[in-house]
Ligand binder design. Structure first.
Ligand SMILES: [Zn+2]
Length: 155
């Protein structure tokens, strides 16, 4: 068995030492492109590193997702709010419905008494906002109803 590993010269197809830098038959350079061109290799390496780091920094600065993900409002919070708003509704609204949307947004529907005028209804919004503001709720949709219709969305 031959101790020295051999290879085939790509130029002249002769069997030569695998360690040879130069083919003894055709004198062709057997070194790899990178060994023959160290300066070019270094430049390619730097360009490659630069490219990779620019890809990494670009992906890092790209906003992943601007959608605000909120956690569901707890049953305890909903119940507590319903109790508060029912209590605050004495003389203001005849009923109040407290729930949350599929996007975890609070929904409050306060059904104003038939006699409530615009000024009163506007003040109800302030009451709702103040009460809801006591809880850590990401997004709340507050509506005043009267005669079965939304008469004011509290913004
Ligand atoms: Zn050769």
């Amino acid at each position: 068995m031959d101790k020295n590993p051999t290879k085939i010269c790509p130029q002249c197809q002769s069997e030569i030492s695998a360690l040879a830098n130069k083919c003894p038959h055709c004198q062709s350079d057997q070194r790899s492109f990178f060994k023959r061109h160290p300066a070019v290799s270094v430049l390619l390496l730097i360009a490659g590193v630069g490219l990779i780091s620019s890809i990494i920094s670009t992906s890092g600065s790209t906003p992943v997702n601007t959608t605000v993900v909120t956690v569901p409002i707890s049953e305890a919070t909903i119940n507590s709010l319903r109790k508060d708003l029912t209590s605050f509704g004495q003389g203001r609204w005849q009923d109040v419905v407290v729930g949350q949307s599929e996007y975890n947004e609070l929904i409050v529907r306060a059904y104003a008494l038939p006699g409530a005028n615009t000024v009163a209804i506007n003040s109800y919004c302030e009451v709702l906002k103040e009460e809801v503001g006591k809880y850590a709720i990401a997004k709340a949709n507050l509506y005043i109803y009267q005669f079965g219709e939304v008469v004011k969305a509290c913004l």
